[in-house]
Design a protein around this ligand. Structure first.
Ligand code: EPZ
Length: 416
């Protein structure tokens, strides 16, 4: 079955190593297309989204080899610029290849990457600002074809922060003719990792980690070996599991520098965090939580990808709280599933009002997207009795082996 069975109610006690970042690996794999040669990406997580990105690169004529978490990409044989629909549909992040293919080959055709349940996730900003860089884009109901003779640097004033649009525009700008300014640029650690990878390859990028990027186009980039940072959302998910069940866990390699907002919220919700040289020691229920509102936003604000796991933390905390979602228009999908387990949550607009002290009980619940699915597993760990979380494939998109990791942390879980 495509599910996970969880025997809930036990305190977590154990340690696990945090995997490489999904949202850093995907744009960096796309960026290898900018480089004629072989790049080696270390700490690349073995998850289905990365697998689909690897297949997409192969479908374009690249040679992609994986040895454990090392992925080697040789783009010398790049021969296609039309992306196969089966990969685009599954691989929403295929849109990141647009900027890279335009920079490398000057043309790309693809179907529109689908939205998902958390929101429509349009790509209008990507299209609007690539056009400002000289790209001719023809769109129809099925998809788009884009062409450009030479990308030209431009001052790009985005109406709001977009991680994907920032990534695509960086990829288009690094070998464009002239200087490109992207403002406001996304500041996420994954953007900083992409910039660092490209800088190692010879790109000239100023302002990484700030909301203003200045990119001086260069003639070419050289092959790179780069290590992807650890995944801050995976670390935050297992932190949430410890907070919901109690106990003490060690998260080896947790990227604490990228987790400030999550860790400070965790302490407000009752956790104790001890910082070790190679990770964090978490005591899940150290003191009483404080009822307050958590608002998601662009980095360094509290990440939207942590919203669902934290909703579960609030549900089982003494005083509950409120969660305001400001990034995606439909990211409270797990509320009905959590209520089936005994949670007390009501949604008004983009705010979820979460009652505390809920005693969750086991149930059969259905994942509908990646982070909501992981949050249902967290809830099942805290629930009395047995739960089944179905549609595990959503969770496999971003978690290398959630059952193994949770077992290492002392949970009683199994594939179902
Ligand atoms: C990235 O998605 C991440 N995905 C998401 O993580 C993350 O939740 C999101 O950034 C916000 O941090 C990857 O990195 C692969 P956006 P992305 O462009 O780039 C709207 C996960 O669970 N928008 O910053 O798609 C958009 O609809 C995933 O790992 C437009 O309107 O996010 C959203 O409301 C989920 N037009 C808002 O902007 C556009 O052209 C922010 O989206 C682009 C975006």
């Amino acid at each position: 079955m495509d599910a996970i069975r969880i025997y809930g109610g036990n305190c977590l006690d154990g340690q696990t190593t945090i995997q490489g970042s999904k949202n850093a690996s995907l744009p960096i794999l796309a960026a290898t297309l900018l480089i004629n040669g072989t790049c080696e990406i270390e700490n690349c997580p073995n998850i289905s989204d990365v697998y689909h990105m690897q297949r997409l690169l192969e479908s374009l004529g690249c040679i992609v080899e994986r040895e454990g978490t090392l992925v080697r990409v040789n783009t010398e044989g790049l021969s296609e610029c039309d992306m196969p629909s089966d990969s685009v549909g599954v691989m929403r992040s295929s849109v990141m290849l647009v900027g890279a293919l335009l920079a490398r080959t000057g043309s790309v055709c693809m179907e529109y990457p689908g939205g998902c349940v958390i929101g429509a996730r349009p790509i209008d900003l990507h299209m609007r600002f690539l056009r400002q860089m000289g790209v001719v884009i023809e769109e129809n109901e099925a998809g788009l074809c884009a062409e450009v003779t030479r990308l030209k640097g431009a001052t790009l004033k985005l109406p709001f922060v977009s991680v994907g649009a920032t990534e695509n525009l960086i990829l288009a700008a690094v070998m464009a003719d002239g200087v490109t300014v992207i403002e406001p640029a996304a500041r996420e650690p994954e953007i900083q990792a992409l910039c660092e990878f490209l800088q190692y390859a010879g790109a000239q990028i100023e302002g990484s980690g700030t909301d203003r990027l200045v990119i001086h186009g260069v003639e070419r980039l050289a092959p790179v070996r780069y290590r992807v940072p650890s995944d801050r959302i995976v670390a935050g998910t297992y932190l949430s599991a410890c907070m919901c069940t109690g106990g003490r866990i060690f998260l080896r390699g947790a990227p604490v520098d990228h987790m400030e907002s999550v860790l400070s919220q965790a302490v407000m919700m009752g956790a104790a965090i001890e910082y070790e040289p190679d990770g964090i020691l978490v005591t899940g229920k150290d003191h009483e939580s404080i009822r307050h509102t958590v608002t998601t936003g662009c980095y360094p604000a509290f990440p939207t990808d942590m919203q669902s796991p934290f909703m579960v933390v609030m549900t089982v905390s003494e005083h509950g709280g409120c969660i305001e979602e400001t990034v995606f228009e439909n990211r409270f999908r797990i509320v009905p599933e959590l209520c089936k387990m005994g949670a007390d949550i009501t949604v008004h607009g983009n705010v979820a009002h979460v009652g505390g002290n809920s005693r969750l009980h086991g149930a059969i619940v259905h994942a509908a997207e990646l982070r909501g699915g992981a949050a249902l597993v967290v809830a099942a760990l805290a629930a009395e009795g047995t739960s089944i979380v179905t549609n595990r494939h959503y969770i496999d998109r971003g978690y290398e082996d959630i059952v193994l990791s949770l077992r290492e942390l002392g949970a009683d879980v199994e594939l179902a």
